[in-house]
Design a binder for this molecule. Structure first.
Ligand code: DAH
Length: 349
């Protein structure tokens, strides 16, 4: 194809300008003049055939055409892009007068928070935090805790059995005592707590749920007495509920402890004068506890003539209800963020 002269290209370009109406046609225009085989590019390649003395002038003329092209191209490009942007902005306009959507953030589960607090108190006293299975053998949940098959104490726990009579959902965290001792293989001291879920078949009122949480504890060593248990409970309760909280033991009965006690704390709300929280008694029950029964020690490989220990089991929801002034157990397992938030606020007050 015969190359066009500079003047021809210039004229043609002036004519073509009229067909540039948007970014697409602008791009076609660019390809036509500056593309690999574009008309201006071709002029450039002609330069080598031009006699030396004319090269300069030729080059200048080509540059002029190129500058004309550039000026036009840049102007159109920015014009089309601005138009495009304005168009988009008007279509995607944000109405800033609309009320904003509230961002709901999560909050830690209040029960989990309480458990963490209890854990850190016990860890500061050298206790390990251990775990145990929620699906448990009858052997650990009952038999090795001195509750043989057919024992009436089993009825009280309304257990969920999973397979026959041997596998169940643990009705208490006490089997973790057995597991810890078996693992300890006779070595001392044992100092552990185990927070965990437990299951029973009663959920008939606001203070019972088929799933709840206990915080089990066990200490085994030489010459451990009930007063060690009392001292430890007192320290922990003061740390959790305040320095002026008192604790007391009432005699009780559990198959795996002897003697057994019920642990009460003085009502931190009314300071003993009687209110709704303590049901007008001035005291609130928070745990079952006692000295580990000799049978339990020996079944798990610890000679009761040499070793002694104490054990305790807190109701975790109970502690949280008291600490955060909650009156329905079921809210702990509720995922309603509004409720979680309320506790979160109380906490930080
Ligand atoms: N496991 C008992 C219950 O669920 C609570 C308990 C009582 C745990 C006395 C203990 C204990 O470790 O020594 O009712």
């Amino acid at each position: 194809m015969e190359s066009k002269s500079i003047e021809e290209v210039k004229e043609l370009m002036e004519k073509d300008k009229g067909s540039v109406v948007d970014l697409k046609s602008l791009n076609d225009f660019k390809v036509k003049y500056l593309g690999k085989k574009g008309l201006i590019s071709e002029l450039n390649s002609l330069i080598k055939n031009i006699p030396n003395e004319e090269k300069k002038e030729f080059g200048q003329k080509v540059n002029e055409v190129r500058n004309l092209f550039n000026d036009f191209y840049e102007e159109k490009k920015s014009k089309f892009e601005t138009a495009l942007l304005n168009d988009r902005l008007s279509r995607e306009a944000i109405d800033i007068s609309l009320p904003a959507t509230k961002i709901v953030t999560g909050a830690p589960n209040i029960l989990e928070k309480l458990v963490e607090e209890v854990e850190s108190v016990f860890m500061s006293m050298g206790y390990d935090v251990v775990d145990g299975p929620e699906i448990e053998y009858d052997k650990y949940n009952f038999e090795m805790l001195n509750i043989p098959k057919g024992h009436p104490a089993r009825d009280a726990q309304d257990t969920f059995y999973l397979e026959g009579e041997e596998i169940l959902l643990r009705s208490q965290t006490s089997p973790v005592q057995v597991r810890t001792m078996l693992e300890g293989k006779g070595s001392v001291p044992i100092r552990m707590i185990c927070p965990g879920k437990t299951y029973r078949r009663d959920d008939d009122d606001a203070t019972h749920s088929h799933q709840f949480m206990q915080i089990e504890g066990l200490l085994v060593d030489k010459d451990i007495s009930l007063s060690d248990l009392k001292g430890m409970i007192d320290v922990v309760m003061k740390k959790l509920f305040g320095q002026d909280v008192e604790s007391r033991f009432r005699p009780s009965y559990y198959q795996f402890t002897e003697p057994s006690v019920e642990v009460d704390i003085s009502c931190f709300n009314c300071k003993g004068s009687g209110c709704n929280i303590c049901k007008k008694t001035g005291w609130i029950t928070v745990a079952g506890a006692g000295m580990v029964h000799p049978n339990v020690l020996s079944m798990s490989g610890y000679d009761p003539k040499v070793w002694s220990g104490f054990a305790f089991g807190f109701g975790a929801e109970r502690l949280a209800m008291l600490k955060y002034d909650i009156n329905d157990l079921r809210v702990f397992y509720n995922t309603d963020l509004r409720e979680v938030k309320i506790f979160d606020r109380k906490e930080s007050e």
